[in-house]
Write a protein that binds this ligand. Structure first.
Ligand code: C2E
Ligand code: CA
Ligand code: CA
Length: 778
């Protein structure tokens, strides 16, 4: 019914107050009305008694006066002599003496001699009778149309009677004036028409009849035309026999009019009180409901996730409720803060997590300038194995903190156990590379963890700024892929290469097509020659696999070799390459080129005994020596088994080459244990020896150390004559790269081998004759 508590309270209080007021007013009215009526009854009875007594006393006084006048001799003489003027003189004296209104003499013959000559001369018949029967009758007398209380005295000697009276209407008026209540007095006469005339004749007549008969002094309430009236009728003693009564009336309804002022005041006070009460309870309700409304709206906001405290006023229950509410809001806010913190932070390092980074990237102010770097700690699994999980976590935390110092305010996060992400602001790809390189230098500073000194290496994959349609999550994925791409290209830093990555969904289908590819001849091999500085000729070549996909064209091995490793097809693939290599080796031999052919053997495979058996069977069929190029990381991954198999291969005459040396966690000491013949320095280092003193030094010392271990050194990825000449001067044994030849088909290879001009060019370049040789070749 009520939507607002304030209205409810106000109406409730006002209603209660009105009820109380009506109760008080009603009770007062009833009590007053009852008291008034009782008072009026008493007053009527008293007035009636007073009237009766005073009339009696005055009549007695009149009787005494009349009696003494009757004994006056001069009156007797005047009566006897019928001397009317003398009689009149005597009557006048009597009137003055008795203080009467009416005096007259009744002669023996029944004539009236009055003071006033115009008065009636005949005696009223009732009086005549009374005078005859009684000695000195007194009572109410009607004379000349007026009522008198009258007394009589007999004049001695039978001379007649003296009658003396006072006007009754004067008595009635005096009574009205004397009475303490406003009563209406009258002395109705009983006539032939009854006691009364007019509107209320019947009611009044009946009342008078009743009361005269009952002879009791009890006022009665009757209904009259002017309302409820209290009436009392008392019979008056009649002198002339005509009955009359004293009728006292008191208007009951009007009786309360004297209290109307009281009721008026009561009403006014009540109304004022009511308005005060309404205003008061409105304010009070406001006092109660305002904090409640504030609480209500705060609770509503809380529902919407907005934490708002409410002001605490006073010390009452509402204040305590508000305080409890604030405490609850505070606790909720704290809990939400904790939950949010948990949701956006990595528990181990307390660094922001991937989700947090996504949020920061989504709200970055200049997304077109934000490059995302995924910074991977190299060989993290090994590092963790060495220092334990706890310290490995601490390591990531320290790196994260370094990152935050290096790029303050940048979004930093831990993307996976060994990868951190950071957003970099840059204006171009070159700029982004520069910044990322600077990070590599700073992050690779040695660090101390609980007394251990750690040297770590990192690789960075960079994702270009994201298009509006790309999600931050996809951008992080791009950076992670860029990191993988950089690692497999043996680079410290690489930008995301869309073309090389391809479409992950299509890559998935590639995997399922792998088996068919091996069986149906979609694979082919190409050969990349290795130039021997010592002989000035090409004495060996590396077999590299290619996949000619029927719909997707050439697919780079960097894409499908890792897949083949993952899906278990690598063994079939490698055995196939080995068979092809033997076929080609025979073909080359037939053409007069008995080359050593090298086959790449995945690290996953080298520890596989079944493969080892199959490979050895094939190797036995080869016309010349074969070489297995093994990536050194793979060897370390599964040391025991791999070592056994490598020893087995070596014992059967297979040349063992350590591939990609320098790109991983190198350990020359470990190489000593391997029965290897050859060390291939990764192209990443080789390519930079002409412009990086550090890399040149590294390659030179590697060559010296390898020679010290009895290993031939192959430098791969040689593209320029300058590099080629420098390697020659460093006493590198063999070299491989686009400068010598790109991977070629068997026919192309045979052509290259027979190209004497080409061989002379190599020899001259090795001696430093760069410019003329290059010009001639071009
Ligand atoms: P890898 O064993 O290090 O092979 C050398 C890669 O460097 C080849 O790429 C070759 O084309 C490339 N290359 C040679 N000279 C130059 C140069 O001067 N400059 C540059 N920039 N690159 C040069 P490719 O053929 O794409 O092979 C990539 C990788 O795929 C190989 O790296 C090898 O790990 C793997 N792979 C290729 N064929 C086989 C295979 O039959 N079996 C296995 N297990 N892996 C293979
Ligand atoms: Ca290789
Ligand atoms: Ca290599």
């Amino acid at each position: 019914m009520f939507v607002r508590l304030r209205h409810k309270l106000t109406v409730l209080y006002a209603g209660l107050f009105c009820a109380a007021l009506i109760l008080i007013g009603g009770t007062a009215y009833v009590v007053i009305a009852d008291a008034t009526q009782r008072l009026a009854r008493d007053q009527l009875v008293k007035a009636s008694e007073i009237f009766e007594r005073s009339v009696r006393l005055r009549t007695e006084h009149l009787a005494a006066s009349a009696d003494s006048a009757a004994n006056i001799v001069s009156l007797q003489q005047a009566a006897a002599g019928r001397d009317e003027s003398a009689i009149r003189t005597q009557l006048e004296a009597l009137r003055d003496n008795a203080n009467a209104d009416l005096t007259f003499l009744v002669t023996r013959e029944g004539l009236v001699i009055a003071e006033d000559a115009n008065a009636p001369t005949s005696v009223p018949p009732g009086l005549q009778r009374a005078l005859a029967q009684t000695e000195a009758p007194s009572g109410i007398l009607v004379f000349d149309g007026r009522q008198y209380h009258a007394a009589t005295a007999r004049i001695p000697g039978g001379l007649g009677w003296l009658v003396v009276g006072g006007r009754l209407d004067g008595d009635v008026q005096a009574l009205e004036e004397l009475a303490t209540i406003p009563l209406d007095a009258s002395t109705p006469l009983h006539t032939s028409e009854g006691w009364a005339q007019g509107e209320d004749a019947a009611a009044l007549g009946a009342l008078i009849e009743r009361q005269v008969r009952a002879q009791s002094l009890r006022a009665e309430a009757i209904e009259t035309s002017s309302g409820r009236t209290l009436a009392l009728a008392t019979p008056l003693p009649a002198l002339d026999g005509s009955p009359s009564v004293l009728l006292l009336r008191y208007q009951l309804d009007g009786g309360l009019t004297q209290y109307s002022a009281l009721f008026g005041t009561l009403l006014t006070v009540g109304l004022v009180g009511l308005s005060l009460l309404i205003a008061g309870s409105w304010l009070l309700a406001n006092d109660i409901t305002r904090p409640l409304s504030t609480l209500e709206s705060a609770a509503q906001k809380l529902q919407e996730g907005v934490f708002e405290t409410v002001a605490i006023v006073g010390r009452d229950e509402l204040a305590r409720l508000a305080a409890s509410f604030n405490a609850m809001t505070g606790a909720l806010r704290e809990r939400e803060r904790k939950i949010t913190h948990l949701a956006y932070h990595d528990a181990e390092t307390r660094l922001p997590n991937r989700l947090a980074l996504e949020r920061r990237l989504a709200s970055a102010p200049q997304p077109e300038r934000v490059y995302l770097a995924a910074i991977g700690v190299d060989r993290f699994t090994e590092v963790r194995g060495a220092i334990g999980y706890t310290l490995a976590g601490a390591l990531m935390r320290v790196l994260g903190q370094r990152l935050l110092q290096l790029v303050p305010n940048a979004p930093v996060a831990r993307l996976s156990s060994d990868v951190l992400g950071v957003g970099l602001l840059a204006d171009s790809e070159a700029d982004a590379r520069k910044r990322a390189s600077a990070l590599i230098g700073a992050l690779e500073q040695p660090l101390a963890l609980e007394g251990h000194n750690l040297d770590i290496n990192v690789t960075i994959g960079l994702a270009q700024p994201r298009a509006k349609t790309e999600s931050p999550g996809a951008m992080i994925e791009r950076a992670s892929v860029a990191l993988d791409q950089a690692r497999s290209a043996r680079q410290k830093l690489g930008l995301f290469d869309e073309a090389a990555y391809g479409d992950p969904a299509r890559n998935l289908s590639l995997m399922s097509e792998m088996r068919r590819a091996v069986e149906s001849g979609e694979l082919m091999i190409v050969h990349q020659p290795k130039y021997d500085f010592r002989t000035g000729r090409i004495g060996s070549a590396e077999c590299l696999v290619r996949w000619r996909h029927p719909t997707r064209g050439m697919i780079a091995p960097d894409l499908f070799i890792p897949m083949a490793e993952e899906t278990g097809h690598i063994r079939a693939l490698t055995e196939w390459v080995l068979r092809r290599a033997i076929v080609d080796q025979k073909r080359l031999a037939a053409a007069g080129w008995p080359l050593t052919l090298a086959v790449n053997v995945s690290g996953r495979l080298i520890g596989d005994d079944e493969f080892a058996r199959a490979a050895l069977e094939l190797v036995a069929k080869a016309p010349h020596q074969l070489c297995f190029e093994i990536t050194e990381t793979a060897v370390i991954d599964n040391p025991q088994k791999a070592l056994e198999n490598i020893e087995l291969f070596a014992s059967k005459g297979v040349r063992i080459s350590i591939d990609d040396y320098g790109s991983g966690l190198s350990s020359l000491a470990y190489l000593k244990q391997l029965p290897a013949h050859e060390l291939k320095i990764d192209k990443l280092f080789v390519q930079s020896i002409t412009n990086s003193q550090r890399d040149a030094l590294l390659v030179r010392s590697t060559i010296e150390l390898a020679h010290g271990l009895g290993l031939d050194v192959v430098a791969e990825g040689v593209e320029t004559p300058g590099t080629f000449a420098l390697l020659a001067s460093m006493k590198c044994d063999l070299t491989q790269g686009y400068l010598i030849a790109r991977p070629a088909t068997i026919e192309e290879l045979i052509a290259i081998l027979g190209d004497e001009k080409r061989m002379r060019f190599y020899q001259q370049t090795a001696l430093g004759g760069v410019a003329p040789a290059a010009a001639r070749l071009a």
